[in-house]
Design a protein around this ligand. Structure first.
Ligand code: 8X3
Length: 252
């Protein structure tokens, strides 16, 4: 049976990693991308039991590095069927008046510009073949702003706008574009946001059962298993305890 090629950014941890493992067991070949060469090599070895894997090492912020990485793809890996724009982070949770410019730059460069740089490399092949599926990992923060979420939210609102724009522009080519908007998922997300502060990061997920990376991976697989004529356009996923970005039922 024909295996689709899926490219996943941010594949060395969290949702990206869980998705790589699930897709490997479900008839996909994988291009896994990340900054950390050693982690990619380790995952390639593990995933290799289930499927063919190719790795690309780059920082999504570096457009030249992204371009070079895609140029290096062997011919049999060039026809990417599925792009999962997963790489993304939050940096800081500060009010706008005291936000750190380096945090703002990181979020806009990774979450918005990085997504564009990757898409720019993948989309031409999809338009030529008149097929493909792009899944953009957004966030509930891309639908609702919450206090101190300012720039992170802005970056995810941008992802939401780009998803809608891609869906329109790629409509003539039969390319599917899906946005997935998770709420609270327990990954390294909060540890990165709070710059390694374990206590602060841990407290985000205390008192309720958060989503896990595997839960989002399951949604991605479901999205990819739909028939050709079915496009899941926009999916928000909450843990049951969550009703909005600021309303979470916690046990005290
Ligand atoms: C992750 C969801 O609510 O922590 O993007 O911003 S939230």
């Amino acid at each position: 049976m024909h295996k689709r090629i899926a490219l996943i950014t941010g594949a060395t941890s969290g949702i990206g990693l869980a998705t790589a493992h699930l897709l490997a067991k479900n008839n996909f070949k994988l291009i896994i991308c990340g900054r950390r060469k050693d982690r990619l090599a380790r995952e390639k070895a593990l995933l290799g039991d289930f499927t063919e894997v190719h790795t690309l090492t780059f920082d999504v912020r570096d457009q030249q590095a992204v371009k070079k990485a895609f140029e290096s793809l062997p011919d049999n890996w060039k026809a990417i069927d599925v792009l999962i724009n997963n790489a993304g982070n939050a940096h800081g949770l500060d009010p706008i008046q005291s936000g750190d410019v380096r945090d703002w730059d990181a979020m806009i460069d990774i979450n918005v510009k990085g997504l564009l740089y990757i898409s720019k490399e993948v989309i031409p092949g999809m338009t030529t073949r008149k097929s493909g599926h792009i899944i953009n990992m957004s966030s509930i923060a891309g639908k609702e702003v919450y206090p101190n979420g300012n720039v992170y939210s802005a970056s995810k609102f941008a992802v939401d706008a780009l998803t809608k724009g891609m869906r329109m522009d790629l409509n003539p080519f039969g390319i599917k574009v899906t946005s997935i908007n998770p709420g609270l998922v327990e990954t390294e997300f909060s540890l990165v946001r709070f710059k390694g502060d374990q206590t602060r990061a841990g407290s985000v997920y205390k008192g309720f059962k958060p989503l896990l990376a595997d839960d989002i991976a399951n949604v991605i697989l479901f999205v990819l298993q739909q028939p050709d004529h079915v496009m899941l356009a926009d999916i928000t996923v909450f843990p049951t305890a969550q009703a909005s970005s600021t309303l979470v039922k916690k046990e005290v």
